[in-house]
Write a new protein. Structure first.
Length: 351
């Protein structure tokens, strides 16, 4: 039986799920937590594992080559009699427009996989989730700092087991997505093709959004989702298995947890007067109380977008000298009275 889940996250839990091809870790949110090896080991044994199934990896226990438990927190698991179903955890991301930084040092094939995976999540029309690329950025001298919410990086600073292709963190209790996706560039149990990179990045970003392995017993069943889904992109132990992406069951789960709250702006047009002024317009969105303007980052070595301005009307103008027009890009989102933000729509540039 296969299933989609989103993890039971707890402040003291660092539960890394791994299927010899994938590892996920829920980040513990308090500043410092003491080593609780004995408590964690006792909890693992109480789940029915024997000592021969448990390997001490230093900072965490690896259980049955499938699940890892940090020594800095005690796991708390849903009692579900190990029956696979589509599931969810305690913590969801409390906003849907999420900035992702892709480390510049990653090989180009992994960068492409990360971007393609983000686009795949964004293309799910029934969900409000929208992932966009960004970076650490100071738009002005002395101005505000823009911080990415998810970091995609190599595992060089915290090496993963050789049979684990990637690791991702789960959302935290403050509504933030999982912060890191670590990629094992030395993974070699199988030939890592571009299609496998793409699939694994979809999978890892799913963990950052709260989805656990569909074929494990953690979490709470997501109402309305099937209890069997062999095509789920969130199945564990599948790093060497090709996938076409989100299955019908996956989409049902995502749409249930992150429903589309407000539609995105349409007919977004950007104009330049040929001198010093740029204007962007779009069709008003029913229910929108404001609109967020995003600009592309203009700094050597950085890629992506940042939130630049908020407007209450369906137009925006700014000074932009003609010499800076080439390569200048903008996107807009709609925001309703409850703070729900739509997916982004990039402008059509009329120049």
């Amino acid at each position: 039986m296969k299933k989609i889940k989103y993890l039971v996250g707890v402040i003291a839990l660092f539960a890394m799920h791994s299927c010899s091809t994938d590892t996920v870790e829920t980040v513990e949110e308090t500043a410092i937590v003491e080593d609780q090896s004995e408590l964690v080991l006792k909890e693992i044994l109480s789940l029915g594992f024997s000592e021969k199934d448990i390997t001490d990896m230093g900072t965490y226990f690896l259980v049955g080559d499938d699940i890892s438990f940090s020594k800095t927190g005690r796991p708390q698991l849903a009692d579900d009699n190990m029956t696979p179903k589509q599931r969810r955890t305690t913590y969801l991301v409390d906003h849907n427009t999420i900035g992702v930084r892709i480390d510049p040092s990653l090989p180009s094939n992994w960068k492409t996989a990360a971007r393609d995976a983000m686009n795949h999540w964004n293309a799910n029309s029934g969900s409000s989730i929208f992932l966009y690329e960004t970076d650490y950025y100071w738009p002005y001298n002395g101005g505000f700092l823009f911080n990415p919410e998810i970091q995609v990086m190599s595992d060089s600073s915290a090496p993963l087991p050789s049979n684990t292709i990637a690791a991702a963190e789960f959302p935290t209790s403050d509504g933030m997505p999982g912060y890191r996706v670590r990629i094992n560039l030395d993974f070699n149990p199988c030939t890592v093709t571009n299609n496998l990179r793409f699939y694994n990045m979809i999978h890892e970003l799913g963990h950052c959004l709260t989805f656990a392995h569909t074929n494990s017993s953690f979490g709470t069943h997501i109402s309305g989702t099937p209890t069997s889904d062999s095509n789920s992109v969130m199945n564990g132990g599948t790093a060497c298995t090709l996938s076409s992406g989100l299955s019908t069951g996956d989409r049902t789960a995502v749409n249930t947890l992150y429903p589309l709250g407000i539609t995105a702006p349409t007919n977004v047009q950007a104009y330049h007067d040929g001198d010093e002024e740029l204007t962007m317009t779009w069709n008003a969105v029913p229910g929108a109380t404001s609109y967020k303007i995003y600009n592309n980052i203009k700094e050597t070595g950085k890629t992506g977008w940042y939130h630049y301005r908020t407007r209450t009307s369906n137009s925006y103008s700014r000074e932009l000298k003609l010499k800076y027009r080439n390569g200048y890009r903008m996107m807009v989102t709609a925001v309703d009275a409850n703070g729900n933000e739509s997916k982004m729509t990039e402008a059509n540039y009329n120049w």
